[in-house]
Design a protein around this ligand. Structure first.
Ligand SMILES: NC(=O)c1ccc[n+]([C@@H]2O[C@H](COP(=O)([O-])OP(=O)(O)OC[C@H]3O[C@@H](n4cnc5c(N)ncnc54)[C@H](O)[C@@H]3O)[C@@H](O)[C@H]2O)c1
Ligand SMILES: [Fe+2]
Length: 386
């Protein structure tokens, strides 16, 4: 059997109302001065209030940094670090979508180690130590609460990542009640992002593709595929919201150890250049990348297709089922109200070659694709998606 390694967080608490356990589970570990990293919308909605109250009641001083924007810029991280340094914080809590969690992760790293960000980019280069860290997701979602990855936008266009086990938090706190008010378009986009994490992890060509990731990916697809239409129909369905949050976390654990590939590599230029939401960027290229990959990944796609869409089990042979999987995902995105074509989002056709060049820079991801991708292939996929 092939050797592998699996990293995850030391503790996960999942419960309706789990935020109320924050102080009991983590106040001592976070220390007396805590940086709470979030975004302005979540603060306005009052979503951070229970967490803040918990920590303050436990006697901690809480400094709030609420300036995280979607696809956060490197400058945002530096501002968060400055706020944390000024308050001499002893721990960091990230509360929000992937954007807030990623900034929180890197803030904990830079505040704890003082290392320059420029020396931490890439895989396994961060030195640490980091400050104590708790992550509380409000989207379902990136799975960032259980991944060793944090992504920033550099120079206005490039999405660049730090990947290191140091970025796994001490505690991931999952509370489905925080996601009840997630707007429809964000629910749809983040839900598809989570499904892509499971699909790309399962079929990952990484030498560390492993049985734990594959099992987690399949359970994630069952949960996500089985509930995504319901959360769109009724966002207040607590059981369905819980299933999505759990599914997104399991998919996060899967791809944290069997990394994602060309869907993400081709999605990043859309986020970087045109500021499309991360999940929407993924949705736009998803069916086209799967069709491109099908000759190399038909067996994997055919195996997981019925996890998300049980009736696909009836389709044979596996090549046909793999293509039906791509079609069904495209149909799902359409039914969820996500735009289907790049041109619907005013992306000019002339931009496609530049996007293809940018996608080729995502070598960290492309090495995990089941089929090698050339710049010409990337361009053809964008043409198909346009
Ligand atoms: N670290 C990782 O492993 C990883 C994985 C995938 C993506 N990412 C990154 O994560 C970012 C995307 O994160 P995201 O998709 O979670 O979105 P996000 O954090 O950018 O949030 C999107 C919007 O949804 C709003 N929102 C979030 N939760 C809400 C709630 N419960 N109720 C109402 N509004 C809410 C936010 O205020 C924001 O306006 C990207 O930068 C992407 O590159 C990271
Ligand atoms: Fe993603």
């Amino acid at each position: 059997m092939q050797a592998f390694q699996f990293h995850t967080v030391p503790a996960i608490r999942f419960a309706e109302g789990a935020v109320e356990d924050l102080a009991r589970l983590a106040a001592a570990r976070l220390g007396p001065r805590i940086l709470l990293v979030t975004d302005p919308g979540l603060r306005r909605l009052g979503l951070i209030d229970p967490a803040r109250r918990q920590l303050e009641t436990a006697g901690s001083h809480v400094t709030i940094f609420d300036a995280v924007e979607p696809d956060p810029a490197e400058a945002t991280l530096h501002r968060a670090v400055a706020a944390g340094r000024q308050a001499a914080v002893t721990g960091v809590v990230g509360l929000g979508g992937g954007s807030s969690l990623d900034v929180a992760k890197l803030a904990a790293l830079l505040l704890g180690s003082g290392e320059p960000l420029d020396e931490a980019w890439g895989v396994g280069r961060a030195r640490g130590p980091r400050l104590p860290l708790v992550l509380i997701p409000t989207t379902a979602g990136t799975g960032s609460e259980v991944t060793p990855v944090a992504i920033l936008t550099v120079g206005g266009e490039e999405k660049r990542g730090v990947s290191s086990p140091l970025l796994l938090p001490d505690l991931a706190l999952l509370d489905p009640l925080l996601t009840l008010g997630l707007p429809g378009p964000v629910t749809a986009a983040t839900g598809i992002d989570a499904m892509v994490h499971a699909i790309e992890a399962y079929a990952s060509a990484s030498p560390n593709n492993n049985p734990l990731s594959r099992a987690l990916a399949r359970e994630a697809l069952r949960l996500l595929g089985g509930h995504i239409r319901q959360v769109m129909a009724d966002g207040s369905d607590r059981a369905a919201r819980g299933a999505m949050l759990l599914g997104a976390m399991l998919a996060g654990q899967a791809f944290a150890n069997a990394p994602v590939a060309a869907v993400h590599a081709l999605a990043y230029p859309l986020g970087g250049m045109f500021h499309l939401a991360h999940g929407l960027s993924n949705a736009l290229v998803l069916p086209h990348v799967l069709r491109f990959n099908a000759p190399a990944a038909a067996a994997a796609y055919a195996r997981i297709a019925p996890d998300a869409f049980p009736d696909l089990a009836a389709i044979a042979p596996e090549e046909r089922r793999a293509l039906a999987f791509a079609d069904r995902l495209a149909g799902l995105c359409r039914d969820l109200g996500l735009p289907a074509r790049l041109r619907d989002l005013d992306i000019p056709r002339e931009a496609l070659p530049r996007m293809a060049r940018a996608a080729m820079q995502q070598t960290r991801l492309l090495v995990n694709n089941p089929r090698p991708v050339t710049e010409g292939d990337a361009l053809a996929i964008y043409e198909a998606a346009w």
